[in-house]
Design a protein around this ligand. Structure first.
Ligand SMILES: [Zn+2]
Length: 86
């Protein structure tokens, strides 16, 4: 029996105890995935992360966050300004 919970990033049911599916952890790395998941749940944590990161990393983090928000289906991203791109 595996407890079924939704991945905190992509909402796919997973049996992982940390609430992050294998696909997300592989795609981003376990540490980044868990930071992202926390940032998604807590916008003040997200802002704090963004502020404390060096510019390159901040851009990537902001981008990953906005992608995750899209995956979440909740369009209410309030994480700083969107990365300007392309
Ligand atoms: Zn996932």
């Amino acid at each position: 029996m595996t407890p079924s919970i939704d991945c905190r990033l992509c909402k796919t049911p997973t049996a992982e105890s940390d609430g992050l599916c294998g696909a997300c952890k592989r795609a981003r790395g376990p540490r980044v995935a868990s930071t992202l998941a926390r940032a998604l749940a807590d916008s003040s944590y997200a802002s704090a992360c963004l502020l404390s990161l060096p510019p390159n990393t901040r851009d990537r983090f902001a981008q990953a966050l906005s992608q995750s928000f899209v995956a979440h289906g909740s369009a209410r991203a309030r994480v700083g300004s969107r990365a300007r791109g392309r």
